[in-house]
Structure formats: structure tokens, C-alpha cells
Write a protein that binds this ligand. Structure first.
Ligand code: IPE
Ligand code: IPE
Ligand code: MG
Length: 245
């Protein structure tokens, strides 16, 4: 049992500060591999395992949404070899998820423009999301694939413009056309690997998120590391522009 979980048991009050929605920029796979003289793809492979572990830990903690950045709209700039190995890992991940999702009790949803992905990958996404629709669990993992915050906003505006019965454009209306429609905004955004930037992740949704940065590379990120982020989050004073105390 992790530190945060123990603490929750001790002081029930800590439960009230458990984020409903955690978002993570899964960064540092390449550097993790380079440190070990391995190909970058080895880092992505271990990074996929880390995601599995962290998703399962979030389910145990009772987190409602875990959104992870797996492949950005800018990541196409990488070599063909690296892109295709990331896509193959996604394929493998989804195939395994189709078999294990019910046991794991985590729903999976893909966020991003999947229309340009290979057809077999799109089929796997459809199957994964169809099964997810039948699972009644508190926890949902959102996998951001070919996702960019700016592209998402443009996509939402176009969808709104094309929707004849759409209500007037307000912040709430636009939010309903984003990939995250119906979900709460992320309370906590975590970026491992020592980079202190947003890299086009959840630009709209992170307006009032708390940020947590760590030098740990994503393949080394574990339950204890998430506990540390949750403890830091629990100490934050969220004001949303208001005044407290
Ligand atoms: C994150 O790790 C995974 C993806 C962006 C697909 P990186 O591949 O960016 O790893 P670093 O940042 O080069 O170490
Ligand atoms: C952000 O990481 C995207 C993902 C983790 C999928 P990058 O490694 O692509 O971001 P930059 O290039 O360091 O900003
Ligand atoms: Mg990176």
C-alpha cells in the first residue's frame, strides 16, 4: 500500500484532496534508454509497462480519470522507425487491454485525431472503446494519441460550427465539443523527466490545474512517485482566482 493510501486510512480527511482527474505527460523514455545504451524503443516499451502499473494504482486509489499523453501531433517529426515502433506498442497494448480490461476494471478511451492512424489500429481502438462501454467501474484511463491541445480546440470549434442545433458559443459549450466532453478538468498535471513545459497538452482543460514536475524519467516512475505528487497536491491551496481564509 502506498504512502498516500496509508495516510488516507489514518486521516480520512486526506481523501477529500484526492484528485478526481490526474493527467500525465509520459516523458523521458528516450533518455532512459540512452542512459542504458539501449535503443529509444526499449524506453517506450518499459514506459508502456509503467502506464499499466500507474493506471492500476489509480484504480486502487479511486481516481476517476487518468489522462496520459502517449503521442502528440508533433511526434510525427520523429524518425519513421521510432513512430512505427510506438504505433506497434500501442497495438500490442490495446490487444492486451481488450483481454484484460474487465479484470483490471479500468475503462479506456482514446483522445486525439485517430482518423489518420492505420486501419487496424483504428479497429483496435473501436473494439477497446466498445468493451469499455460495458464496464461499470469508477476509473477511466484516457490515452492521448495524435493529440494536440491546439488541434483539439480547432476540432471543437469546427464541430460546433457544423452542428446546426448547437447552443451559443460559451466556455461550457466549447468544452462539450472537446475530446474530454463530460469529464472534469484535470486537477493535477504531472510531467516527469525534468522538462518544465506543457508541450501542447490539455491547453484548455489545464487552465486551473496544479502542476507537478519531477526529474524521474517516465520508465522509472512508480507508485511511490505518484504518492509524492499526490502529497504535494494535497498541500496546494487552490483558489481559482478567488480569495481564501
Ligand atoms: C515520451 O518519451 C514518449 C513520447 C513522446 C512518444 P520521449 O521519447 O520524448 O523521451 P525523451 O524525452 O526523448 O527522453
Ligand atoms: C510530449 O513529450 C509528448 C508526449 C509525452 C507524448 P515530447 O518529448 O514530445 O515533448 P518536447 O518535445 O520535449 O516538448
Ligand atoms: Mg520527450
Amino acid at each position: 500500500m502506498g504512502i498516500f493510501n496509508r495516510k488516507q486510512k489514518r486521516a480520512g480527511q486526506a481523501l477529500s484532496v484526492l484528485p478526481r482527474h490526474i493527467a500525465i505527460i509520459m516523458d523521458g523514455n528516450g533518455r532512459w534508454a540512452r542512459k542504458r545504451s539501449l535503443p529509444r524503443t526499449a524506453g517506450h516499451s518499459v514506459g508502456a509497462e509503467t502506464f499499466r502499473r500507474i493506471a492500476s494504482y489509480c484504480r486502487k486509489l479511486g481516481v476517476e480519470y487518468l489522462t496520459v499523453y502517449a503521442f502528440s501531433t508533433e511526434n510525427w517529426k520523429r524518425s519513421k522507425e521510432e513512430v512505427s515502433s510506438i504505433m506497434s506498442l500501442l497495438r500490442r497494448y490495446l490487444m492486451e487491454a481488450i483481454d484484460s480490461m474487465e479484470r483490471e476494471q479500468v475503462r479506456i478511451k482514446i483522445l486525439g485525431d485517430t482518423s489518420v492512424l492505420d486501419e487496424d489500429l483504428r479497429e483496435l481502438i473501436d473494439r477497446t472503446e466498445a468493451i469499455s462501454g460495458t464496464i461499470h467501474t469508477k476509473t477511466q484511463a484516457n490515452l492521448c494519441i495524435n493529440y494536440g491541445g491546439r488541434a483539439e480546440i480547432i476540432h471543437a470549434v469546427k464541430a460546433w460550427m457544423g452542428d446546426k442545433g448547437a447552443p451559443e458559443l460559451t466556455e461550457e459549450t466549447l468544452a462539450n465539443y472537446l475530446y474530454t466532453a463530460g469529464m472534469p478538468d484535470p486537477d493535477l498535471v504531472i510531467r516527469p523527466s525534468g522538462e518544465i513545459r506543457i508541450s501542447n497538452f490539455l491547453l484548455w482543460q489545464s487552465a486551473y490545474s496544479e502542476f507537478y514536475f519531477t526529474d524521474t524519467l517516465w520508465p522509472d516512475f512508480d507508485e511511490r512517485e505518484l504518492d509524492r505528487a499526490l502529497e504535494a497536491y494535497a498541500r496546494r491551496d487552490r483558489r481559482f482566482g478567488g480569495v481564501k481564509g
